[in-house]
Ligand binder design. Sequence first.
Ligand code: PMP
Length: 431
Amino acid sequence: NNVKKYTEMSKDELKQELVSLKKEYERYQAMEMTLDMSRGKPCKEQLDLSMGMMDVLSSDSDLACEDGTDCRNYGVLTGIDEAKELLSDMMENNPDNIIIFGNSSLNVMYDCISRSFTHGVMGNTPWCKLDKVKWLCPAPGYDRHFAITEYFGIEMITVPMSPEGPDMDMIEKLVSEDESIKGIWCVPKYSNPQGYSYSDVTVRRFANLKPAAHDFRIYWDNAYGIHHLYDKEQDYLIEILAECKKAGNPDLVYKFASTSKITFPGSGIAAMATSPNNMEDIVKQMNFQTIGHDKVNQLRHVRYFKDIHGMVEHMKKQADILRPKFEAVENIFEENLGGLGIGQWTNPKGGYFISFDSLPGCAKSIVAYCKKAGVKLTGAGSTYPYHKDPTDSNIRIAPTYPSLADLKTAATLFTLCVKYVSAEKLLSTMN
Ligand code: PMP
């Protein structure tokens, strides 16, 4: 088609473009929409998929787990065996390496950092007694990760991301030289927000890191491990715990996952997989924290899914709801922005997000224009530590929550705002 790159337009052409874009924008404003595309929440239809879970337990159910323990009562600190088995299959680890927690994996990550501050990691100096604690943050990344490390006063160092994963040259160098670097956030599969999956080389380089700090841990947040959008085209991630063991680095990693985006984000189950040494260290603290997590919910998940095959089938139904939403956004982006030279976006095969990069200096303004027309996006900058996107270009798109019809309207408005802000920007550089 006859698209002309914005970057090749004359001053007059850009001015003309702005006039027609403004009219179009006003048309959207008149629609008085209130749409929220800011968080990666499942939509109602997705939540409804798991309603069968409400029926597997009733007042006359036997709430004893396989070893006879009454799940209604106290105890079983690290989770019931059958839940460990289900989650270990999901996480591709041995059930012996699994701890089951409450409903939130983010909560577990927070606790790991909190524990490291107050009591240290495996006998090392508690971080609260150190002058400085630093953390590596591949970015764009997950805003709530960065929020936790910021809350603890940890100095965050941004590491650039690529489709293969974070910049490993930089990571290897930094961790081997600086003992105050204690950890790194990783979303290794269908990353938040790009939907990238780390390459085999990247995972092996992680497993082979030689950190100066003995208490350095990789926070491997595999939140989207089985969250594929397609049956045939799926990303594959090699298993980090096994690679660490092979590399002689068995204690290097804490791996996290949950069923938040499989069943209910408010009432799923979270789990961690790690080495026996790390488990011992963590369980020591858990003993003071709780007598045990919600075993009835663990049992409910196990009885509903039965095994990993049940979970995989369930995820196909999730994908059937999400695939059209991702594709609608991608198609609208391509149709309205393709060839204009004013934006790039990812086309993930799984996960919950699409990452959009505008021309430098435009993201905040694009998000503001969307908001003025009633569409709330994730704040520009929030995909970077301290909310500081150095080029003000990254925007996280969360297509899961709105209805398909609303999403199409919102995505179209978004592309309109991208065009408008880009044209304004280009024009301003011409004076
Ligand atoms: N990690 C990542 C990468 C996420 O995107 C999310 C949810 N947006 C979470 C963790 C939150 O997980 P949970 O519900 O288990 O706390």
